[in-house]
Design a protein around this ligand. Sequence first.
Ligand SMILES: Cc1cc2nc3c(=O)[nH]c(=O)nc-3n(C[C@H](O)[C@H](O)[C@H](O)COP(=O)(O)OP(=O)(O)OC[C@H]3O[C@@H](n4cnc5c(N)ncnc54)[C@H](O)[C@@H]3O)c2cc1C
Length: 385
Amino acid sequence: MSIKNTDVTVLGGGIAGLAAATALAHRGAVVTVLEQATELGEVGAGLQIGPNGVAVLEALGLKDQAAAVANVPDAVELRDMATGREVARLPMGQAAVQRWGRPYWQFHRADLLAVLADGARAAGVDIRLGQKVNSINDISASVVIAADGVRSAVRAEVFNGQPASFTGQVAWRGIIPVEKLPAGAVKNTATVYMGPGRHLVTYPMRGGSVINFVAVEERDSWADEGWNITDTPENLRRAFAGAGRDVQTILNAVEETFLWGLFNHPYLPHWTKGNVALVGDACHPMLPYLAQGAVMALEDAWVLARELDRSGVPEGLLAYERICKPRATKVQKAAASNATAYHLPIGPSRLVAHTGLKAISRLAPSALLGRFDWLYGDDVTKPNQ
Ligand SMILES: Cc1cc2nc3c(=O)[nH]c(=O)nc-3n(C[C@H](O)[C@H](O)[C@H](O)COP(=O)(O)OP(=O)(O)OC[C@H]3O[C@@H](n4cnc5c(N)ncnc54)[C@H](O)[C@@H]3O)c2cc1C
């Protein structure tokens, strides 16, 4: 069995769509990507790609190109939002390579998308921009891969996707040029400032010339889910009034921000039907608290292409679902539970949790890293998987 010369249409040119298209084209499929946007990667935001995602970039032959635009943080730090004091520190940099065999990378999303798009085109993929697909019936390919994101129309049309519910959490995101911040305010770390009912994540990108931020608040009022909904920096600053000096310094430098309502999407019973498969956020949207949504999309892409090449339609697609779904579901759940851990209210449970983390971080840092072995240490591209 092989997918050589099989025509495949991929719906959506995000991380999932471009990675799947490349992996399929490398195995000889004739792949077309239909993307509604007229330009790829217009969204300004950051993406952290853990070692398990780096494994897929490597297997796609994009290691050097991605490394050239990646930032390698020294550590992931958890800090108390009010005092700025360190609660825990996970060494990354060389420590990640030693433990999981690959680095932890941070990108400007547009840079990673450009690497994936160049890789797809070099593999022979035909990327067509400005192509909004309204119904799967408009596509006549042997295999259809729906990589149309968190608001997937195919999920609704073919997989009877149920409506999402607001989590009561919203995320502001944006980018700050470093020259807007005082000297010394930018560290080469992913820093999570944890406060009751809210947290802020920051990290540098593009050689440290800009920092990415994601600020999450629990609140009752609803916000939509999408990349292009703007909000005022004043609303963001108001939500974090009372935070410590470090957080105020960062937020005072924000000149433009986007708001994203975070939604719970019911777990889908199936990801594939006949010759159609969902990948990425279309099948397993998750809260962004583990920085793994795009990484899981990369894993999907690799496994889907391998299994389709091995077993064809529908067996290969069913095998893809069988392999990827349990892991993605576990990651979805782990991401959701991080919200609770980050947002603990002031009181005994917060004190106990932070004190415990501090102790492990100081006395047994490798035990802290070990908590992520199941995630970062798994390599879906290993032969004989
Ligand atoms: C604030 C925030 C921070 C995040 N941080 C991280 C992180 O650090 N690390 C990480 O791994 N993940 C992170 N994620 C998650 C990550 O962004 C997503 O998991 C990832 O973008 C999913 O990729 P995708 O290709 O499935 O979907 P998308 O990136 O949404 O791509 C879908 C594509 O399909 C196109 N499309 C949709 N409908 C149609 C149609 N009808 N016709 C044609 N084209 C269509 C869209 O235009 C889009 O280009 C974060 C998410 C958020 C909200």
